[in-house]
Design a protein. Structure first.
Length: 175
């Protein structure tokens, strides 16, 4: 995958933590500042923390990105794996339809995604399948797993299904 500047862009990153991480906030801030399409899947306090942090640093750019549709928020991508995959396929295609080199940036609060699906198992299926959509386009997604919202087996499964982690050979140690 190319990042528009000739380099390779990672596609799908998994992040474990206990709150919205600074790296994801900076990731959205930087994309908003340079006019790249950004999507944030979050609700409640998590959404509020992201918006508050972004407004501190790039308020004017964030306001413009919201008006132009380059910054979009949603509570969840869908209620089923199929709906969520269709959501991302449609949103990424629309974001890239203007042409030109760009990267679509996505941050997903997986605790919120989990509550929209029927089970944690569905969340993990979605997590493993959505990579195929992400890899077909210049898209970088940061899927944040809040460690207080998932049990140990679910977190281990998320780590094992994450393509970037499995490419590193971690699965050999986690099996």
């Amino acid at each position: 995958m190319r990042d528009g500047a000739g380099g390779h862009a990672p596609g799908h990153l998994l992040q474990l933590g206990s709150r919205p991480a600074d790296i994801a906030i900076h990731f959205l801030r930087d994309g908003t500042a340079i006019g790249q399409p950004c999507f944030l899947i979050a609700t409640g306090d998590v959404l509020d923390r992201y918006i508050e942090a972004l407004e501190k640093e790039v308020k004017e750019e964030l306001d413009e990105a919201r008006r132009s549709g380059f910054f979009a928020m949603a509570p969840a991508p869908g209620r089923t794996v199929e709906e969520a995959l269709a959501f991302w396929d449609e949103r990424i295609s629309a974001a890239l339809s203007g042409g030109g080199p760009t990267i679509v940036r996505i941050v997903g609060d997986m605790a919120r995604v989990k509550t929209s699906f029927a089970s944690v198992h569905q969340t993990l299926i979605f997590e493993s399948v959505v990579s195929s959509i992400i890899k077909q386009s210049p898209t970088v997604a940061v899927c944040q797993y809040h460690v207080r919202e998932f049990d140990g087996p679910a977190l281990l499964e998320a780590i094992k299904t994450d393509p970037d982690v499995s490419d590193l050979g971690f699965v050999k140690f986690a099996s």
